[in-house]
Design a protein around this ligand. Sequence first.
Ligand code: BGC
Length: 253
Amino acid sequence: MHFNLEVLGIDIGGTGIKGAPVIIETGEISSKRFRLPTPKKGLPQDIAETVHAVSKHFSWDGKIGITLPVRIRNGIACTAANIDQSWIGTNVNKLFSKVLESEVTTLNDADAAGYAETHYGAGKGAKGKTLVLTLGTGIGSSLFMNSLLIPNLELGHLRMYGTTAEILAANSTRKRDHLSWETWADRLQDYLTYIEFLLDPDLIILGGGISRPKRTKHYFHLLKTQARLLPAHFQNEAGIIGAACAAHNQADR
Ligand code: BGC
């Protein structure tokens, strides 16, 4: 008899907290995703309680992987770019395991998206250096060497043209400033050229909602990279799938 091993993945974003059980063997989501709005101020305790409500929705009592848009080192949040500053210094592992009364693994959201892509998605089986960039509210980044994560990169915060890369080229900037696809792709191109010079990846995967085919058709052909360039296989589920995968592999930061 064959039982599917499942882990609950929960992805904490600026507007929603989403979760679903993930089948570890295949990376598939086994029941419909459940989403609650992110509490207004985004404070740690409020978010932890919402995460708890998501796990209760699935009556979960197994392993849980949780993403946050922060750098996490030894279980402690060290940065907070698009989230309340009170996260900095919070022991996120302690907070979530106490509120959820479960074994939790926490990691950066872009590192989770990278896990999803390199284990099950566009970068599955890729040799050498794979860089995954998520273009959403901010820019998240994760780097893998032969599927091994080099964590906590924060390449969205590279300085460019007197600002940061994520302020210049995140998808939120494109929408907020009503940039044409050409203008936005131009900015993204400069960013990719800069990153390629610094890291020399073999494969670059662009993720986030912007990697859907109905979006990539507007800008992918405008980009030129030395590395192979691919849209992510997973869009909004990447964080959930990668969180579950990291929890399964005990890839705590
Ligand atoms: C944060 C990263 C995060 C990215 C995507 C950036 O502002 O610094 O930690 O991965 O946004 O959410």
